[in-house]
Design a protein around this ligand. Sequence first.
Ligand code: ADP
Ligand code: MG
Length: 765
Amino acid sequence: MSKFDWFWKAMGSTAERNNKKSKGIVAQAHALIAGYEQYSDAQIAEAVRRTVVNGEIQKKPEFLALLTVASTRTLGMTPFEVQNQAVLRLLEGDVIQMATGEGKTLVGAMAATGFALTGKRVHVITVNNYLAARDAEWMRPLVEFFGLSVASVTEASSREDRVSAYRSDIVYAPVAEIGFDHLRDNQITHRSQIVQLPADVALVDEADSVLVDEALVPLVLAGSKPGEQATGQITEAVSHLVEGKDYTIDSDRRNVFLTDNGAAKVEKSLGIDSLYSDENIGTILVRVNLALHAKALLIRDVHYIVQDGKIDLVDASRGRVAELQRWPDGLQAAVEAKEGLDVSEGGRILDSITLQALMRRYPLVCGMTGTAVEATDQLHQFYDLGVSTIERAKPLQRFDEADRIYATMDDKFKALVREIAYIHSTGQPVLVGTHDVAESEALAEALESQGITVNVLNAKNDEEEARIVAEAGDLGRVTVSTQMAGRGTDIRLGGADESDRDAVVKLGGLAVIGTARHRTARLDNQLRGRAGRQGDPGLSLFFVSLEDDIVTAGGAGEQITAQPDENGQIDTKRVRDFIAHCQRVTEGQLLEIHAQTWKYNQLLADHRAIIDERRNTLLDTNRAWEELAQRSPERATELKASGINQEVLEQAAREIMLFHLDDEWSEHLAHMDEVRESIHLRAIARETPLTEYHRIAVREFKDLANRAVEQAVETFNSVLIDAAGAHMADAGWKRPSATWTYMVSDNPLSGGGNSVISGIANIFR
Ligand code: ADP
Ligand code: MG
């Protein structure tokens, strides 16, 4: 148990008090509704403005009652009391836990409207493009009712669309698009080119997914400069190595280590003396490690799929293709080489930011999800956020069965197929949550061989995701899905049109089956939450085997013996406790990795903030010209005498300064990336890798600002400046003509979602 226990107890009682207070306000609001129903639309819109005093909603009961009436009129939905309570908690800046299907979309829109009425700009952050567009359109009538504007930004939005969308009061967008626009805006050379305006509030839907699972995923902006990677020979050398003899893998299958025998083999095939010599350690050894990592730990159809001649990463926490994601360049190239594909362009990283750093830029963050309570520690530690639990409008009617535990994977698989076939024979719809693509396909195949029609929802056909998930509650339907597919889509009993609802209710509603426990209980609960929506009946059941990943990773060598029955099933309290223990251990491992990775990222995030500030000064003031004129007075006098407009000169100076600042920052990122990949090899005995990394980062960053200014002075003296401005491109100082963006999935092995890159993984030996 953590040392924060006393603290959470104290927090718990505060949360209760807050909830009590909210309930009182909601009751007062309820009493006001009948009166407001007599108001005209215009009177309601006007009255709501009077609930705002000193930039804050102070008359809360009036505010809620007015929004309730407006929601009924515009959307045909009258918010339940629990929804109103949730709105209050969001306005206070909490993350609310509210079960799947309880109507978080409406709650979010009401809270966003509240913030917008106080003059704040709100970004409502969704998990994907589809939901950003859907929710903005769905909630538009409510927002516009109050004379406020709403828009969405998706991957498909043009630059013009984005410029106008970001000027709305409420903007719905997936987190990646917000981040990419922010990165692109950090390359502009004149304020008028800016696309995104800063927002005051981030309201995050599926908050645990964005704020915890994906927190350390870096978003990257890269320019078109091909990377250099020659990995063919190394891949070849590594491909002959044998597990156990030439390399070993640690128990949680996250790290791989070359043995002396393996090193000797590689040295021979590459024709080098020693992998560990000074000249090879930072270069060849790093690539050998990456190639070995690609060979031994990254499994096709589990961690990635090969499609159209390229690698598509599978998002571990959602079990679907992670669009726009790559691994760090070296690892990406190693996997491409292993699969015999063309090695794709790495490009030069211009800038990068993690989702966590992006979210911390907002003055206020709040959010909603079905599983916030289990993420309380992380939300508090990483964002200083509190969690409020909102009760269900109708009591839960789902039955959560005890786990069925088997000795072997094989016995478990047979039992799974038997159970699904049995439930299916009654007509009850079944939704199966699997852990990877390969497993979902094996299971679908086994079921189909028994004549059962299966809808498979996995990384290979995610465009149909929303449609398939919406139908998962239909009579007789069997849907096999990788775990988090379809978050945000409503599963109604009896099909999306609910035509067979009564029959399905009689059969017990939707049955959700998990093929293994997840690395965190939170993800288990996400899956269970797909059943029992809005007081519907439902069932949830997990199958576990002692050979499952979380058991081997969390059990760390502990052996448990028990006598299985003729089906291989084990059912003792001791085994149950052991499984629970294993899950707590894997949860702890993820937290530890998060904490470690965070320490690596934090320093760069601090550096980035300093660069950001400098950039803004250069953009918004005349500082660039002043500094250059001071350092090079003759050149300044000469330019002024030439009769060039002062504004042109100032913009020329600005472009020169920004160019070199951005250039140096990009170099710094590339350099620190290299250091990070090899730090565990470089770190000397007495220093920890992290200390060593920090030492190098601080030293390198200290000179960055000076170097950027010195280079700018040189360019200022030499580049042609005329009435058209500074001719930077002619002098070879060219910004990349094209940029592209991607997310680095640096957690190929972490299963439950947190990040660890190859280089960092090795630090934890
Ligand atoms: P969540 O995001 O919490 O899983 P959604 O916002 O997708 O839930 O809503 C689930 C369903 O509940 C939707 O079909 C929505 O129309 C419906 N709903 C939400 N609030 C209300 C309400 N107050 N009255 C009637 N239907 C509602
Ligand atoms: Mg939702």
